[in-house]
Ligand binder design. Structure first.
Ligand code: VG1
Ligand code: CO
Length: 544
């Protein structure tokens, strides 16, 4: 066993996006590509030397090979110990939990999240810091700098490790401890939620539940937590075997991709709660019998009902949402007198607020919800929170939603995605839009009047760091909003995201059709941004 210094040349495209470095799997598998990025991480994070690194991934194609490479590079870069999920598996929230629980200096999570996997699909690498959360921008910028200035990387020539064998192994001077991916995480969940109450309601058949793991990483977590610890029938947990290609499907828990679950929840005799999670287990979709809860509403409902769960009984410090997320949670915060923060898209911006104890709950419109228990969004946690609320309130999801809207008003909300458009055309759309911003205020579109328009900029209230160009907002006098952003997680061309939101508190208008309600806003977006002209598309590819 010796440590090799391999010469390499930098790749210029290793800039981490919204959530790590995400590329086509084939791109990642080209010689030196993964190694370069990992070396850039180790160079940018000298605090890992002699310390513990948590490692795992969502089990997609190339996960196991990448784990072997990273282990050998960690050994060659002086990492003290690696805590590895058995079989190379760890959900993103479980990795965050392990980092915090074991005082690790950081973690590497292999995942392209909700993007499809397989040789033709996507692969990704995320780096998390000692608080358990995604590396903040100053760290990702440093990784990018190192990636562009790399000449060599260090790797041990040791043989592959058996990553399916729990226990301790040695690699050069580094210890590798292979742990069960679920145990610590499940214990944390038991601290937060009333498992006895949920188990009782399930046993009495008063709370019927169905979960779709989408052949991704949450399968083993769902079986252990929902089946073994809460007594949910095994048949009610579907697609729980993690597969390298997610069964050829898109592991994205939304109405477009979680078709199986949607069919169950729309069908006769639907269970009380249906939920799904994404590739790496940080997203969640919530459905009631015959109804869908938007992620923005889900965050608001969790905030309004937090006291149902033992872990949150002492109350919330505050809440936060990403800028494009609907303002439903703001209404809850206002009535409860809680601080409410608006951050750019991506979980990394919540870390400082959570560390400084300014917030307890946070979420994004993209099916992500989380809390101060870890520093990532957390799919299974959100589902348990819903189970706990349903077990305590003993009302159907639809009724809870109705009551919520009656009290706070309803934010009709939808996101329209235009995927795989030419990068230059997407840039032109955004540039032309930006150029108009100063002239837009005061403009009238039918009954809607624009109060203002800007390019969202965020100053972190804790470290005062500034993040600019986080999305273009058109803000209307009645509180409606249109937001335009380019995705930072795609791997082909550009994806334009158009977010539409309209507030309604007329009690007679709480059950209108969402897309119809938002149609005037979609028309304004087209009128202002000329989406059809720039994208060459007549409509969005995905509506969530
Ligand atoms: C998307 C979502 C964002 C989320 C990110 C990572 O980013 O919009 O809210 O944080 O994915 O989620 P973008 O830049 O494509 O809009 V995941 O589940 O990939 O870790
Ligand atoms: Co994810």
């Amino acid at each position: 066993m010796t440590i090799q210094r391999t010469e390499t040349r930098p790749f210029d495209d290793q800039k981490p996006g919204t959530s790590g470095l995400r590329k086509k799997t084939a791109h990642f598998r080209q010689p030196h590509y993964l190694e370069n990025f990992i070396q850039a991480v180790f160079n940018a994070a000298p605090e890992l030397r002699g310390q513990t690194l948590v490692l795992g991934g969502d089990g997609r194609f190339y996960n196991r090979q990448a784990i072997q490479v990273i282990l050998k590079m960690a050994a060659a870069n002086g990492i003290g110990k690696v805590l590895l999920g058995r079989g190379g598996l760890l959900s993103t929230p479980a990795a965050s939990c392990l980092i915090r629980k074991h005082g690790a200096a950081g973690g590497i999570i292999l995942s392209a999240s909700h993007n499809p996997g397989g040789a033709e699909g996507d692969f990704g690498v995320k780096y998390n810091i000692a608080n358990g959360g995604p590396a903040p921008e100053k760290v990702t910028e440093s990784i990018y700098w190192h990636a562009r200035n790399l000449t060599t990387y260090a790797i041990s020539d040791a043989a592959d490790l058996n990553i399916d064998q729990p226990g301790l192994q040695q690699l050069e001077t580094m210890t590798v401890e292979i742990v069960d991916p679920v145990t610590d995480y499940a214990a944390l969940m038991e601290e937060l939620f009333d498992f006895d109450l949920i188990r009782d309601r399930i046993a009495q058949k008063k709370l019927r539940f169905c979960f779709d793991a989408m052949h991704a990483v949450t399968g083993p977590y769902a079986v252990e937590i929902f089946h073994h610890r809460l007594g949910v029938a095994r048949e009610a947990l579907i697609h729980c075997q993690p597969l390298e290609d997610f069964g050829g499907a898109h592991p994205d828990p939304n109405l477009a991709h979680a078709k199986h679950l949607v069919a169950i929840m729309q069908g006769a005799g639907a269970p009380d709660l249906g939920a799904a999670s994404d590739g790496d287990g940080d997203r969640n979709m919530i459905m009631g019998a015959g109804c869908f809860v938007t992620p923005s509403d889900s965050l608001a409902l969790l905030a309004a009902n937090a006291q149902c769960a033992p872990g949150y009984r002492e109350g919330l410090r505050g809440v936060a949402r990403s800028m494009p997320t609907s303002q439903a949670v703001d209404m809850v915060a206002r009535q409860a007198g809680l601080p409410c923060y608006e951050t750019p898209t991506g979980w990394k911006f919540f870390g400082n607020l959570l560390d400084a104890d300014k917030i307890t709950l946070c979420g994004e419109e993209s099916f992500g919800t989380g809390s101060s228990h870890i520093r990532e969004k957390d799919g299974i946690w959100a589902v348990l929170f819903w189970l706990n609320i349903l077990a305590s309130r003993q009302q159907p999801v639809r009724e809870l939603l109705d009551q919520h809207w009656r009290r706070y008003g309803r934010h009709y909300y939808s996101r329209h995605d235009y995927e795989g458009i030419a990068k230059e055309r997407a840039q032109t759309l955004m540039t032309e839009l930006r150029a108009q911003l100063s002239q837009l205020a005061g403009r009238r579109f039918g009954e809607l009047v624009l109060a203002g328009a800007d390019d969202f900029s965020y100053t972190d209230p804790v470290d005062r760091s500034v993040s600019q160009h986080q999305g273009i907002r058109l803000l209307f006098e009645d509180g409606s909003r249109i937001v335009f952003r380019l995705s930072g997680t795609g791997t082909e061309g550009a994806t334009l995201r158009l977010y539409l939101e309209r507030y309604q508190n007329d009690q007679a208008r709480l059950h209108d059709d969402t897309q119809q309600t938002l149609a005037p806003l979609a028309a304004i977006a087209e009128q202002v941004a000329h989406i059809q002209h720039h994208t060459g598309r007549t409509g969005p590819d995905v509506i969530t």
